[in-house]
Design a protein. Structure first.
Length: 269
């Protein structure tokens, strides 16, 4: 029989993940760098959410009433707990990963060792999840100080922050793998991240918007994270939240697999 030649691109697509414990070494490298620059890295995760809570939760909150909420800050706090860690995760796997891949050539140095491309991809995504968890801790401390936590059930957001951080990190890394310049990352943030920040139901009920906006928001990952976090903050649990988490899981697996394929195509010459 004549052997069928499988194109290299197809082989990369169907290749089983080559992930080992060395992915933790990639994570460790990023952690060590962060520990050397953590003071400058704290500014954005602390200052911007704080200013948003003050300006919108307290300033604008005097003029806004949301049905079923004691105050406007009680409404927006769980949503902010979801979307600010999203910014952290996608930024880490966008600008951070791009500079490590393109300008610093860190990834090339890694794959010249026993570390595989899949180890690099997995380590980057795990680091994004760690940054997401760290930002969640900052945000939780803030909303506790503002008295916007209604139930101890909200503590469940911590393991979920890792889960959603992997998802957002994988989505971001997919775009980074095909970006040809650092400036092209602006398209990703303008077309994907920023719309989710404003239209995921963080600052107003989507039920008050046109139906097409609510439908479009349903397909965005942040919408499902906000929905789950808002329920946990209120001390509520419904089976619909399990559906949200399942949807997040599907997106996570799909984009992680896509990130593996795209990073192989970018790094394997």
């Amino acid at each position: 029989m004549t052997a069928i030649a499988i194109p290299r691109t197809a082989r990369r697509a169907i290749q089983r993940p080559d992930v080992s414990w060395l992915a933790l070494r990639v994570w460790q490298r990023n952690r060590d760098v962060y520990l050397n620059v953590w003071k400058s890295e704290l500014i954005w995760p602390l200052v911007e959410p704080l200013l948003t809570l003050i300006a919108l939760g307290i300033g604008l909150g005097d003029f806004v009433e949301i049905e079923g909420q004691d105050s406007y800050i009680d409404y927006i706090a769980p949503g902010m707990l979801a979307v600010f860690p999203m910014w952290t995760a996608v930024s880490e796997c966008a600008w951070g990963s791009f500079f490590r891949m393109d300008a610093q050539r860190t990834f090339d140095a890694m794959v010249a060792t026993p570390v595989s491309v899949d180890d690099v991809t997995t380590g980057e995504v795990l680091w994004a999840a760690s940054r997401s968890l760290l930002t969640t801790m900052y945000m939780m401390a803030m909303i506790v100080v503002f008295g916007a936590v209604g139930s101890p059930l909200v503590l469940a957001v911590f393991p979920l922050a890792v889960f959603t951080g992997v998802m957002f990190g994988a989505i971001s890394l997919c775009y980074t793998a095909v970006a040809r310049s650092v400036s092209s990352l602006n398209y990703f943030f303008a077309a994907f991240v920023t719309p989710q920040f404003w239209l995921a139901g963080v600052f107003f009920p989507l039920s008050e918007m046109p139906k097409w906006v609510e439908t479009a928001a349903w397909f965005t990952p942040a919408y499902h994270v906000v929905s789950v976090y808002r329920g946990l903050a209120a001390g509520e649990w419904a089976w619909s939240y399990a559906g949200h988490i399942a949807w997040i899981g599907v997106v996570l697996v799909a984009f992680y697999a896509l990130a593996l394929f795209l990073m192989r195509r970018r790094l394997v010459k």
